[in-house]
Design a protein around this ligand. Structure first.
Ligand SMILES: [Zn+2]
Ligand SMILES: [Zn+2]
Length: 398
């Protein structure tokens, strides 16, 4: 039985090839048929104890420790790509028009296969069970996480803790692990508002119900939610990204539509924003005589890292990669991740950590950019961090 590092060294060549293959053939959420096929074949080859397929492209692998029964730890990865035309000169760039792994989920899935191999090789090092969750559709709503939980992936055996990792571009840093306790990403909710009046001639406003004026008032009121209804020490974001109405300057139109997103770290702030939106709509309806219809699409909750699980990751990473490998994050990220459902829906403690993956270009590009290139040199660090975290949780007292 060698070290985690030896085991990773022996598999990293193959895992890198798998990553390039998946990158070349990206698939959109819930249609990851080829990707799921590769994952299932490799899991079988690496000798996991059981492979379950709770969703057509969702896979769960079970690895049992040789030291007998114990806790159950789940490790989650996403596997889907984005509808985006890749604009890199990578030799293994996407061969599918308007489809690209621009969020690194190809790297996540491949690293998790590496973790599977390492843990299969390390069975005599742990008691209990490891559950590897390969979840479809993180980047396309509705995300696959909620459905995977509804399919029962957190039961039988019941999961005691769940961890996930996400690659992060950076101008310099490669292979370090970033984490913090508490909020890690925001929640997201989408709103589409339709205000309907009867329209009419601009010279006779008193005979109309003006949807543009109503929309203007409603938008200003919405911008006061964060200022006056959210604790100043909490965070709320209300941003409108579209507004459409009217065609002629002398006609009061019959309809105005606008839409936007809200984000928050706490569930209380998230709920407050939503409640206020409906209250404001009621008020506007009353004073404008227009109909105000809100279509609220509930997106992902925020990822809240459990302090004990963060400690578990930090202890494992310090031992496996050295204490310098940890970057303590000062603030959370303002994007969303559906990993939150695994903890949010079940109460199981969870932690998401970032793996810094440098920048493969002169210029720095963010996640979801068609030009983004991650450095594959980060992959062995991600695999080692995740495998060590799993062993640390199962063997330790967290
Ligand atoms: Zn993404
Ligand atoms: Zn992502």
């Amino acid at each position: 039985m060698g070290s985690i590092r030896d085991s990773v060294d022996s598999i990293i060549g193959e895992v890198t090839e798998i990553r390039r293959d998946i990158h070349r053939h990206p698939e959109i959420g819930r249609k990851e048929v080829r990707t799921a096929g590769i994952i299932r074949d490799k899991l079988k080859e690496y000798g996991v104890d059981e492979i379950l397929t709770p969703m057509p492209t969702g896979t769960v692998a079970i690895i049992k420790g040789a030291k007998g029964p114990g806790k159950c730890v789940a490790l989650r990865t996403d596997i889907d790509a984005l509808p985006l035309q890749e604009d890199t000169d990578l030799p293994f760039a996407s061969e599918v028009p308007n489809m690209m792994h621009a969020c690194g989920h190809d790297i996540h899935a491949s690293m998790m296969l590496g973790v599977a191999k390492v843990l299969c090789d390390s069975r005599d090092r742990f008691a209990g069970t490891v559950k590897l969750i390969f979840q479809p559709s993180e980047d396309t709503l509705p995300g696959g996480a909620k459905e995977m939980v509804e399919c029962g992936v957190m039961e039988n055996p019941k999961v005691d803790a769940i961890f996930a990792m996400h690659v992060m571009p950076d101008p310099d840093i490669v292979g370090k692990i970033a984490i913090k306790a508490g909020p890690m990403t925001t929640s997201v909710d989408l709103y589409d508002v339709t205000i309907t009046g009867n329209g009419g001639h601009g010279s006779e406003p008193h005979t109309t119900q003006d949807p543009i004026l109503a929309a203007a008032q409603m938008i200003l009121d919405m911008q006061q939610i964060v200022a006056r209804k959210i604790d100043p020490l909490d965070t709320g974001i209300v941003s409108l990204g579209s507004i459409h109405s009217g065609d002629a300057p002398n006609v009061i139109p019959a309809q105005c539509k606008f839409g936007g997103v809200s984000r928050a770290y706490s569930e209380s702030a998230r709920k407050k924003i939503c409640e206020q939106m409906y209250k404001i709509a009621e008020g506007i309806k009353h004073i404008s005589d227009c109909d105000v219809d809100i279509y609220h699409y509930e997106g992902y909750p925020s990822v809240l890292n459990d302090a004990k699980m963060v400690k578990c990751v930090e202890d494992a990473v310090s031992e496996e990669l050295g204490p310098d490998a940890i970057v303590e994050l000062e603030k959370p990220f303002s994007f969303s991740e559906d990993f939150s459902y695994f903890g949010n829906m079940t109460g199981v403690p969870s932690a998401l950590f970032m793996v810094y993956a440098g920048q493969g270009t002169e210029e720095a590009y963010p996640l979801h950019s068609p030009k983004i290139i991650f450095k594959e040199e980060a992959m062995p660090y991600g695999i080692r961090a995740m495998a060590a975290t799993a062993l640390n949780f199962l063997n330790g007292d967290y």
